[in-house]
Ligand binder design. Structure first.
Ligand SMILES: C[S@@+](CC[C@H](N)C(=O)[O-])C[C@H]1O[C@@H](n2cnc3c(N)ncnc32)[C@H](O)[C@@H]1O
Length: 269
């Protein structure tokens, strides 16, 4: 395997995704919680609800994870029928009406949906073109697909921190990069990939800065990659402990540790 195909395999390995990575919502929640320290705060479920203003009938949330978006759409749009779906049975635990399904082969009839959500999940999919054809196939004419992902520049400081900490542990200047999940479907590449099926794509950029004065949320975020721990080429726990020390040093010297973020949503018709 080349480095790139090895990395692709790690991000898309279905048995890993449905067990260690997303067998429960624990790691996803740790990753999501870092955004509590972001300025400005973006209300992602609120943005989705807003974009669903004209939607009618059934809305599927494919790769719904711990159901954060499902809950908000159900609460604010009781007129819609929400269908939660994910490849991981375990993460669907408490979500009423959820179905185990793969976005590459949706158990949904042609044209059956008013809208479909695929939020921060297409980078985990092996055949993205097939997944996007499926998103288009299940939509009724005039229906909307809402997709989200991160920019290739997102959280660069975290990548830098990891490589520095890994280098310290290995006794070299810079250690190997972490498994990069969203690198397989970046905000920059997404319009081109989605454009094979959708004629109209509007990007909503969501920039921000995370600023922490305590290393813990950063450590929790790094630790949420535990599913890939034995693939990082460096002792995982030791690297996290070294990262904690580095973040504390920066906080002591500068008052805070800052991370630049750029995520975005793509509204497709
Ligand atoms: C990063 S989480 C995002 C969860 C949620 N959409 C959110 O934005 O909070 C990715 C989710 O996609 C699911 N997933 C990965 N590959 C999938 C596939 N081929 N079909 C359906 N779901 C998939 C994972 O199990 C995981 O729950």
């Amino acid at each position: 395997m080349t480095d790139q195909s090895a990395c692709d395999h790690l991000a898309t390995d279905r048995s890993l995704l449905s067990t260690k990575a997303y067998g429960t919502g624990q790691h996803l929640a740790a990753r999501q919680s870092l955004y509590r320290w972001q300025t400005p705060r973006h209300d992602l479920p609120g943005i989705v609800v807003n974009e669903l203003a004209g939607a009618r009938g059934v809305v599927a949330d494919v790769g719904c994870g711990n159901g954060k978006f499902v809950a908000r759409v159900r609460e604010t749009r009781p007129d819609l029928s929400v269908l939660p779906m994910d490849v991981s049975h375990g993460i669907l635990g408490g979500i009423p009406g959820a179905v185990v399904a793969d976005v590459q082969q949706l158990p949904i009839a042609d044209g059956a949906l008013g809208a479909v959500l695929a939020l921060h999940m297409l980078y985990h999919v092996q055949d993205q073109d097939q997944a996007i054809r499926e998103l288009g196939r299940v939509l009724a004419p005039g229906g909307t697909a809402i997709v989200s992902t991160n920019s290739q520049t997102d959280k660069r400081e975290l990548e830098h921190l990891w490589r520095q900490a890994a280098g310290d542990v290995l006794g070299i200047q810079e250690g190997p990069a972490r498994v990069q999940l969203s690198a397989r479907f970046t905000l920059e590449d997404a319009p081109g990939i989605l454009g094979t099926v959708f004629g109209e794509i509007r990007t909503i950029p969501l920039p921000g800065v995370i600023e922490v004065t305590d290393a813990e949320p950063v450590v929790a975020h790094l630790a949420s990659y535990e599913a890939w721990a034995d693939k990082m080429g460096v002792p995982f726990r030791e690297t996290i402990e070294r990262a904690r020390e580095r973040v504390n040093e920066i906080i002591q010297a500068e008052g805070a540790f800052r991370i630049g973020c750029l995520g975005g949503m793509l509204v497709c018709r």
